[in-house]
Design a protein around this ligand. Structure first.
Ligand code: ADP
Ligand code: 5GP
Length: 205
């Protein structure tokens, strides 16, 4: 039985509600770490460096690429995003479950990487019209950015079939509870409690 942590990947078209769901799940479930990605995108209002992302320049990002420090990286909606290899591998080795919020290109790269095994979850909105409402309602992106993200959404939804689990984010609480159930089920599969600790079987021997 493996003693390393489990790697979860969460993907969705922008605006589907992935960040909202994840924040709620992380409040409920202990021992689940969020992998903070590096990005060249500018921070949105309320986003914190080192918490939501590490916000870096294109030069800094390229230096990390040259040093092979990314487990995966991709250009998404016109900016670069990448996952730190040392950080993820170290946490997994320590038995820590970790969740990556990454796009379909990054998820495909990790799926081909034999050094890690991931459980993949795709979040979909109830409709593309609702996706547009949410992107506009969030009020964080320019019209041009929203148009680009909507244009990319259809292509991203085509990749949903490649994922292990699909979560529909219509009612938020239902979506949160479905993602939580997936994580708890995967922990059980690894002979661990819903909280993440190993199950110690008591026998009379
Ligand atoms: P993502 O991380 O997938 O880009 P966000 O989590 O930022 O998306 O959510 C986009 C917007 O949609 C936010 O304003 C959020 O409050 C809203 N939202 C998320 N889930 C729901 C839901 N189930 N119903 C209605 N609005 C939602
Ligand atoms: P946002 O700019 O809305 O935070 O994220 C845009 C997209 O980039 C989302 O699909 C998100 O999952 C993805 N993303 C965030 N971090 C990473 C990363 O490290 N690698 C990859 N490939 N995609 C990422």
């Amino acid at each position: 039985m493996t003693t390393t942590g489990k790697l979860f990947i969460l993907s969705a078209p922008s605006g589907a509600g992935k960040t909202t769901i994840l924040k709620k799940v992380m409040k409920e479930l202990p021992h689940l770490a969020f992998s903070v990605s590096h990005t060249t995108r500018s921070p949105r209002s309320g986003e914190e460096n080192g918490v939501d992302y590490y916000f870096v320049s294109v030069d800094e990002f390229q230096t990390m690429q040259e040093q092979d420090l990314f487990l995966e990286w991709a250009e998404v909606h016109g900016n670069y995003y990448g996952t730190s290899r040392p950080s993820v591998l170290e946490q997994l080795k320590l038995g820590q479950d970790i969740i990556l919020d990454i796009d379909i290109q990054g998820a495909a790269i990790i799926a081909r990487d034999k050094s890690v095994q991931a459980v993949t979850v795709f979040v979909v909105p109830p409709s593309l019209a609702e996706l547009e409402n949410r992107l506009r309602g969030r009020g964080t992106d320019s019209n041009e950015t929203i148009e680009l993200r909507l244009k990319n959404a259809a292509k991203e939804m085509d990749a949903a079939g490649e994922y292990d689990y699909l979560v529909i984010n219509d009612n938020l609480e239902d979506a949160v509870s479905t993602l939580q159930s997936v994580i708890i089920a995967e922990r059980s599969r690894g002979h661990r409690l819903p909280t993440g600790e190993p199950i110690k079987l008591v026998t009379n021997k």
